[in-house]
Design a protein around this ligand. Structure first.
Ligand code: PHB
Length: 391
């Protein structure tokens, strides 16, 4: 009897010790690698944009010795194919199967909206390094969902102001999905504010590149200017088709992204095109000069706005992590630090509005050789109005 009860005691003690050890472990600060889920396209029309975002993000981490707030960074990467129908499954894989600490993505607005829903429902930290869908920092906004790029309205609006300096009428051409619709809406607002009028909106489905019928229609309408939102590989073909159709000199073409990262492929067809964006090649800002040198050295290529947005996503995540010394369990404190972050971005000063969308300067640029050269600042510290975000 005595022996049995002694044995039971010993077992109880062992169990208690194990429990106590587990309890301590559960409360101990995590010290292993931080898991970063990169959900970006590596195939399809936005593949190059996804690659640039990932390169920018990784550059910041590399510059910091492969660590953020003292913890090693481990990447879990997934090709989202810019396919909204696969977005829910893909985002859930990263959150539930891989248990990432942060979800970084993506390029396509439709895919990003689904990702943001998953992030909101699972309280996973998310940073959008490109997609401009209004809802993400609008009606669907959430404390844990940030964006380091733009709302589609921002560059559209700035380009509208730019075009209105010289023209009174315009026709728009866009891919029929959230980014195209919202970009055109922004353009219209800026263009009308400057005294112009949009007389027709033309569309084609994403990622269709059969532009000819729309260019023929544009030529018959004869507006003073045209605004286009197509992106990635599609914008190379659009600019070439536009020049080949003989429209370049008769109907000046404007677009926010239309020459970004693609000037080499577009060649002479893009020369002189005017755009407005939150970055320009060779901006004379010390942070940008250091960024260009570092990017060039690491990748043997010039960065673009997508690389900047990825770099700043890493900077923003780092600001949150540093505030809690790498202790990712202190989510509320991390989020507060990210909300208040004032980043030195290669684009210039970068802060965030209550909706977690960037407040940033918008630059007028002109395509000169292989560079989108800044001519002037169109709007300083432009914030998205985000009236539907209740935070
Ligand atoms: C978007 O889908 O939000 C999007 C994609 C490519 C761009 C800009 C916006 O260049």
């Amino acid at each position: 009897m005595i022996r049995i009860s002694l044995r039971r005691r010993t077992l109880q003690c062992a169990a208690l010790l194990a429990c106590a050890t587990l309890a301590v472990a559960a409360h101990a600060q995590p010290t292993g690698p931080i898991k970063v889920g990169l959900m970006l396209p590596t195939s399809g029309t936005f593949a190059d944009l996804g690659k640039k975002v990932a390169s920018g993000f990784k550059l910041y981490v590399t510059e910091n010795g492969g660590k953020l707030a003292g913890r090693l960074v481990q990447y879990v990467e997934l090709d989202d194919e810019s396919d909204p129908s696969k977005a829910n499954e893909n985002a859930n894989k990263l959150v539930k199967r891989d248990r990432v600490d942060v979800l970084i993505g993506t390029i396509h607005s439709g895919v990003a909206m689904t990702m943001a829903r998953v992030a909101r429902d699972t309280n996973t930290l998310m940073i959008v390094p490109n997609a401009g869908a209004a809802e993400i920092t609008g009606s669907m906004c959430a404390p844990n969902v940030f964006r380091t790029s733009f709302s589609n309205w921002q560059p559209g609006y700035a380009t509208g102001l730019l075009a209105a300096r010289k023209h009174k009428t315009a026709v728009t051409i866009s891919w029929k999905y959230a980014a195209g619709d919202e970009s055109v809406r922004g353009f219209r607002e800026g263009f009308e504010k400057g005294g112009g009028k949009v007389i027709k909106d033309l569309h084609l489905p994403f990622p269709n590149v059969e532009f000819q019928p729309l260019l023929t229609e544009l030529a018959t309408i004869k507006p003073e200017a045209a605004y286009v939102f197509v992106a990635g590989a599609g914008q190379v073909k659009f600019v070439k088709d536009y020049a080949a159709a003989g429209l370049k000199n008769s109907i000046p073409l404007y677009g926010a992204f239309i020459t970004e990262g693609t000037l080499e492929a577009q060649g002479e067809a893009a020369s002189g095109l005017q755009t407005a964006l939150h970055y320009a090649d060779g901006l004379k800002i010390p942070k940008n000069e250091a960024f260009i040198t570092s990017y060039q050295k690491t990748y043997n290529a010039a960065p673009d706005v997508f690389a900047v947005q990825g770099y700043d996503a890493a900077q923003l995540f780092a600001a949150g992590l540093q505030a809690v010394k790498g202790d990712t369990r202190k989510k509320a404190e991390m989020i507060k630090a990210m909300e208040d972050a004032k980043l030195e971005s290669p684009r210039g000063p970068l802060s965030f509005s209550k909706s977690r969308n960037p407040i940033q300067d918008m630059y007028a640029r002109v395509a000169t050789g292989n560079r989108n050269v800044m001519t002037d600042v169109i709007v300083k510290a432009l914030a998205d109005p985000s009236p539907d975000c209740k935070l």
